[in-house]
Design a protein around this ligand. Structure first.
Ligand SMILES: C[S@@+](CC[C@H](N)C(=O)[O-])C[C@H]1O[C@@H](n2cnc3c(N)ncnc32)[C@H](O)[C@@H]1O
Length: 277
């Protein structure tokens, strides 16, 4: 896999991406992925993917959107830079008798010719590539004219956006790096895709994360979700305790049940369907 990047005067993208890859390879994202199957099913319907289409799912993880597209008779490639997650995707496809090709690769350097897919999907995936412009250009490049790019991205002010903001209070982010949740702003997406789009439709959505308590939500993400696990690993004991407490408070702030019974955390995101010009 190539880790090369277009030059930036301030950010060492190659080193940064190695660290990000190690983060996503930690924990086991497939366990978290099992909690967001519904959003993959919804996105492929919003995008109206057609049977027989060739579909690429970028940053597929354990294959949520790839499998959702394959369930609709699409010919699917799922690409990610964590081989262990792709292996989970293969197991899931095999359990459902679905044929999906899972490929190791970088969202910013897609190993496909121009216009080779009818649709490109990415669920909370491409948004984590450090070079936003390059990831967007790559997805647009491999999508044919009239084809669709369908994305799900967390919003900056929603639960996940606030979670990342909290992490950056504990661990300063790389200077000059655009936050991933900018992809959850319509204006940013219009800037990224405007030149390659015939139309852009945006749909505000809310995902719900359900746990018996706020503390169990924190424990779940700390065990399985690489970014949370790595944030805790980087802190000393007292800072870990503070982060744990603040994450639980955040979960309570977004609790749809308002403290009555188990927690139901509302996490806002946007779906975008871009028709390729
Ligand atoms: C939040 S997970 C989402 C996974 C999957 N799309 C889903 O819906 O379950 C983010 C995924 O993006 C992948 N990822 C992040 N940056 C990437 C990059 N530059 N190239 C390939 N995969 C990347 C991670 O390995 C991880 O699997």
């Amino acid at each position: 896999m190539s880790m090369t990047q277009t030059a930036s005067p301030t950010i060492d993208f190659a080193a940064l991406k190695q660290r990000q890859q190690a983060t996503w390879a930690s924990g086991d994202f497939s366990v978290v992925g099992a909690r967001i199957v519904f959003q993959a099913e919804l996105l492929v319907e919003t995008a109206d993917l057609q049977s027989g289409w060739r579909v690429l799912d970028v940053a597929t993880g354990s294959g949520n959107a790839a499998l959702a597209a394959a369930r609709r008779g699409c010919h699917v490639v799922g690409l990610d830079y964590v081989p262990a997650l792709l292996e989970r995707g293969r197991q899931r496809a095999s359990a459902e008798q679905l044929s999906v090709e899972f490929l190791t690769g970088d969202a910013e350097d897609l190993p496909f010719p121009d216009a080779s897919f009818d649709a490109v999907t990415s669920i909370y995936g491409a948004m984590f590539a450090p070079n936003h412009e390059r990831a967007a250009l790559e997805m647009a490049r491999v999508c044919r004219q009239g084809g669709r790019i369908a994305l799900a991205c967390w919003t900056p002010g929603g639960f996940i956006g606030e979670t990342f903001k909290l992490f950056s209070r504990f661990i300063p982010p790389v200077a000059g790096l655009q936050p991933p949740v900018r992809w959850g702003e319509e204006a940013h997406q219009r800037k990224l895709f405007g030149a390659s789009a015939a139309s852009i439709a945006v749909y505000p959505r809310t995902a719900i994360f359900r746990f018996p308590s706020a503390e169990e939500n924190v424990a779940f993400f700390r065990t399985w979700y690489g970014p949370t696990l790595k944030a805790f690993e980087a802190l000393d004991a007292s800072r870990r305790e503070a982060l744990s407490r603040e994450l639980a408070e955040l979960a309570r702030r977004f609790d749809r049940n308002r403290g009555q019974g188990p927690i139901a955390i509302a996490a806002d995101y946007i779906e975008t369907v871009i028709t390729r010009a």
